[in-house]
Design a protein around this ligand. Structure first.
Ligand SMILES: C[C@H](O)[C@H](O)[C@@H](O)C(=O)CO
Ligand SMILES: [Mn+2]
Length: 418
């Protein structure tokens, strides 16, 4: 795309926004400081590098069989580097425990240590990325339907040990990068059919979490993620939204809001201002649920726009961490990575460009018509010219130009994988 055209369009956009009291230069600076946590599992359909032969379990599923899946740590890294080169700004990487650098060794989940993540720490440093982390309760012979809430002491203690070790790894990552590593705990624990012992499993999960979180760390932050249901676990989820919200409020933990983990008509955006009154920070897993937690590629849709608007309106930019969580195996995976990341950025950009002072003035004065009119008008303001300028300043492809780059990488690299 012609630079001249982009700059010209931006200059006009700058003036249009200035007219309504919005400083686009300030917004671009804010965007430069807005870091996504890229989910490593988009590269390989949530498989990781363990030597286990079982398939993806824990009530999650990838669908599609598009060629070019990353098959090893080098390919995962190469693909992330490619995706990163097409997304403006600097970003973090969100790792699951199963992506450790095990070098072909069988390392069970209750044996994992920071040593298996040293090469990731090194790689992240070289690539100007900071790391976030996740314990992995799925895709393991001991996963079953219950992990941290399992009444069997042996299985429960196995997963407690795993999660404790993951926290120690996150602490090492945080220390090495001089910035807290955000460590997410999501367990799929639940039941396919009705249970008559809901309280028992929740008591067990609570006791496991208390044990896991007993060690205090300075360089990592814990967050806990709820879910409505998983595939094969439809009737009951131990770690429901109510369970984790209450737990986080009582213990000061962060909440992870996965946009695919709520009832279809529930507004995740509406939770932001409510939760931030009671929990210190939020982690997002931005996704796109289609009828269920299908993890379709994030796009610039109304729920995602609403979510980012609410964060900006709550003045909570620094209290939210911006993870992505989708895995689409039906289209080019690098393309999917880039589309979702850029869509999340566009939502944030539009939220930052909102003429909030004027809208709030109207609201305070009871001017409902004026508020609604401006909310409607802002949708059609030239925000895209500001995003294009942001891309240009970051030396990444502007507009649809990234499509050709993804196609080239497919031709040169991913299509050669079998
Ligand atoms: C890989 C998983 O999707 C992820 O860890 C978890 O956050 C989730 O959302 C499960 O549905
Ligand atoms: Mn998630």
């Amino acid at each position: 795309m012609k630079e001249e055209l982009i700059t010209k369009a931006y200059e006009i956009a700058k003036e249009r926004y200035a007219e309504i009291g919005v400083d686009t230069e300030k917004v671009i600076a804010q965007m430069q400081d807005f870091h996504l946590s890229l989910h490593c599992w988009q590269t390989d359909d949530v498989i990781g590098f363990e030597n286990l032969t079982g398939s993806l379990s824990g009530g999650i599923a990838t669908t599609g069989n598009y060629p070019g899946r990353a098959r090893n740590i080098d390919e995962v890294r190469m693909d992330i580097e490619k995706a990163k080169s097409l997304i403006p700004g600097t970003h973090r990487l969100n790792l699951h425990e199963i992506y450790g650098d095990f070098k072909g060794k069988s390392v069970d989940r209750d044996e994992v240590t920071p040593e298996y993540f040293l090469s990731w720490i090194e790689w992240a440093k070289e690539n100007n990325m900071k790391l976030d982390f996740n314990s992995t309760s799925f895709s393991h012979p001991k996963s079953g339907n219950l992990t941290l809430a399992n009444p069997d002491d042996g299985i429960r203690n196995f997963w407690i040990e795993h999660t404790k070790r993951c926290r120690a790894i996150a602490e090492e990552m945080g220390k090495a990068q001089g910035d807290p590593c955000i460590m997410n705990v999501w367990v799929h624990d639940g039941s396919k059919d009705m249970t008559v012992n809901k309280l028992k499993y929740r008591e067990l999960l609570k006791a496991s979490l208390d044990d896991i979180f007993a060690t205090k760390y300075d360089n990592m932050k814990d967050c806990i993620e709820s879910k409505v249901f998983g595939i094969g676990l439809e009737s009951y989820t131990v770690g429901s939204n109510d369970f984790y919200t209450a737990y986080a409020a009582q213990t000061g933990k962060m909440i992870t809001l996965d946009t695919g983990h709520f009832h279809p008509t529930e507004s995740v955006a509406d939770k932001v201002s409510a939760m931030l009154l009671y929990v210190p920070e939020l982690m997002l897993h931005v996704s796109r649920p289609i009828r269920w937690d299908s993890d379709h590629v994030t796009i610039m849709d109304d729920p995602t726009m609403d979510l980012f608007n609410e964060i900006v309106r709550a003045g909570a930019l620094d209290r939210v961490h911006y993870g992505l969580d989708y895995f689409d195996a039906s289209i080019n995976r690098i393309g999917a990575y880039v589309i979702g990341s850029r869509a999340a950025q566009k939502c944030m950009l539009r939220a930052l460009l909102e003429p909030l002072a004027t809208l709030r003035k109207y609201e305070d004065e009871g001017k409902g018509f004026e508020r609604l009119a401006l909310l409607e008008e802002e949708k059609a303001l030239p925000w895209n010219a500001v995003y294009d300028e942001f891309c240009l300043r970051n030396n990444v492809p502007v507009g649809q130009d990234f499509i050709a780059e993804v196609e080239k990488y497919e031709n040169d690299v991913t299509s050669k994988r079998n």
